[in-house]
Each structure stands twice: as structure tokens, then as C-alpha cells.
Design a protein. Sequence first.
Lengths: 234, 225
Amino acid sequence: MEDEKRNGAVAALIENTREMQEAVAPMQAEYEQKLRRREARDLDESKMFRRFKIKDIVFLAIVTACTLVTSAIMPLLIHVPVFGIIQLGLGLQFSVFPVIGLMKVRKAGSMTIMGIFIALFLVMMFPPMALIAVCAAVVELVVFVIFRSYKSDWACVLAGTLYMPLTVPLLYLYYNVNYTVTGDENEAVSMFLGATEPWVIAGMTAAIVALCFAGSVIGMVVSRELKKAGVLKK
Amino acid sequence: MKFFKFKTRLYPLVAIAASLFVIIFGLAYARGRYTGIYLLGVLVWLCPFGCLRGVLRMLPAFVVFGGAFAGIAYASAGGDVSAAISMLNRFGALFLGVALSMSVSAVRMTRSLSQARAPRAVTLGMLISMSFVPMLKGEISRVREAMRTRGAGSLLNPKILYRAFLVPLVMRLVNISDTLALSVETRGFTLGGGLYSIYEKEYPAISDVLFLVGIAAGAALTVVL
């Protein structure tokens, strides 16, 4: 009698488990299909939004460290109140290495991630420059509006070319506030050299853009060479 | 009860927030009557909270740059002392802010960000960039050593810079990155929402609150007076 009761309870338990499995099965299948879709998307290089892997983050972090190490001149330049001098001194490093990073990790968000890594260091050294992370995000938007993805090498070059020049307006505002003094007659005098001369502004901006473009092209050439040699694997 | 402890090191996020506040306040109120006194107060206030080293490191730079630009401001404003003082205030605010943020080590900053549930990609990247800097310096010197051994010539020559320096350096970077990524993965790092341990956690203490209250009260007094 007791055995029959126990068997009945076990059978009910098994039945219940089966019912639950049947109820969960479509959800599980849907989840597995979602995972498969996500994996296929990650493998498809024509897609703009793909998940980052550890190796992508590691490479972007190393490229950032390289950018920072080669920009050791920055502490000296930040106290020189000449329009665009920081960008002119750092333009090459801030275009060669980010382009190499983008040529290897061609995923949406790569530039912003590099910008965030650099900003996390700069916030401790020269806080106004930490807004470079915002510039990186803006650059990424511009590139995606024009090229839709980093598939083309020239998309990477465009990102590298615009990255540093976009900090010009930000630092212009900061230096204008910092280096303007008001005398007895309430007349403001700016010690920010070249900031009031349209020709100097235009000339310096053109020089910065040209330098960053040259740096970006160098980054692209180095990456292409390494890709041809089989070093820069995806 | 960790909170009720007086720590001589500031909580990293508090230090960064205070640094930004001092810079912005210093720039906005550079012409205030009591801003100089406030900044001097901040300078003294920083010392018991573990920023003495940073302050001492920034002081010579402040004297040189601040002094030079205060002199130029004095001359360009027609001998107006207040113009020179406002310039000194701006430089003072910037250097105090930098001294404050310099007191935070990158490792502690990474730990705090991890505790604050910052994306794993950000903390991992910060950790790698930070630990990679000395290694990178070594790599650069090794590439230059190889250049000297081969008699490759000067780095000032663009062709040599490209062929003998840039290409080998980037090649090393890629190889190191691959090895490091493998190593990080085998140690169980993931970018997803997986659980992870932080062995030495950072907690804000009552000293951080006291520090912030001091900074804010000083600023309030500067505005009100």
C-alpha cells in the first residue's frame, strides 16, 4: 500500500518535471538561438556592432599605453599658452597609435574605449584634457555617419585625423578663461597667444589637421604592412 | 565599522571629485577677494590627507609657471596687482587639483571603479595600460638597442624611424598583446557579467567626509564673504 503511494508520488513528480521541461523548452531554444545569432554576428565582420573580446580590450589598452608613453612631452606643453601648441606637439602620437588600434579592432566603440582609457589617466594629470573621451565619441559618430563601419581603412584614417583636432575648441575655451586678465580699466587682456588672430587660428588648425592626417596615414601603412606579414591577425 | 576610521589616504573617487571641484571653483572665482586664502587653506588641508608628496611635487612647477604668468599678467594689465593675483589663483587651483589626483594610485582607482561596478572592460583596460607603461619603456629601449647594434642611424631620419623603429615596435606590441590576452583569459577574466573578487576593497571613511566638508565649507565661505 505504502509502495503504491510512493510510486504514485514519484510518477507525479516525474510528470511535473516533464511538464516544466516542456514549458521551458521553447524559452531555452530561443535563448540558444539568440546565443548562436550573437556568435554569428560577432564573426561577421561587415556588422557594425560586435561584442568586444578580451584580446580586443588588451590590444586597445596597450595601444593607449603606447600613446601615453610617447606623449611624455605633454607636461611641458600644457603650460605654454600658444593656440594649438598641445595638439601640434601630440598630434602625431595621437593619430598613429589610435589608427593602429582601429585597424586591428574594427568594432563600433573602439575609439571611445581608447578615449576613455586615455581620459582615465589624463584626469589625474591635466583634467581639462580628459574631455578627449567626448571627442573620441564624437569622432566615432562622424565616422559611422560617413562610412557606417570601420571596414574601410580610410574610416580609421578619418577617425585618427579628427581625434586630436576636436580637442582644439575645448582647450581654446579653457585657455581663454585661464589666461585672460582684467586690468584697472576693466579691459580684458588675453595672454593666450594667437587666440584672437583669425589667420593664426586657421593656420594652426590646418597644420594640426595635416599633421594628424599624416600620422593616421603612417598608422595605416604600418598596419597594412603588418597585416601583409601576417602579424596583425583579426 | 571601517567608516569610523581616520585614514591618511583619500578614497580615490572622493579625491578625483574634490580635484575637479577645486579646479572649477578656482577658475570660476579666480578674481574673488578671498580665493587666494581659500587655496592656501586647501593646500594646508591636503597635507594630513596623504597629498603632501603630490603638493611638494607640484610646488616648484607652480612657483615657476604661476610666478611667470602672474608677472606677465601684472605687466599686461598695467601694473594691476589683482590681475596678477587672479592669475596666481588659477594656476594654484590647477596645481592643487593635480596634486590631489596625483595622490591616487592607479591600482586603488581601478579597485574603486571595480567596486562601483564600472564595466569590466574599463577596469581591465586601465589595469593593463597602467602596468604596461614600464614594460613599454623597456621595449622601446630594446628596439633602440637593436637599431644601434645594426648601425641603423638616427631616429630623426623619417625612413629609419619608420622601418627600423615603428614597424618592429608595433610588431612587438601585437605579439605581447596576443600573449597577454591569452594569459588574462586563462586566469579567468571575462568581459561578461561574471562574478569576480576584489581582494583589497576600498571604502570611504569618516576622514573622506571630513575632507569634503572642509573643501566645501571653505568654498562656501569664499563665496559668502
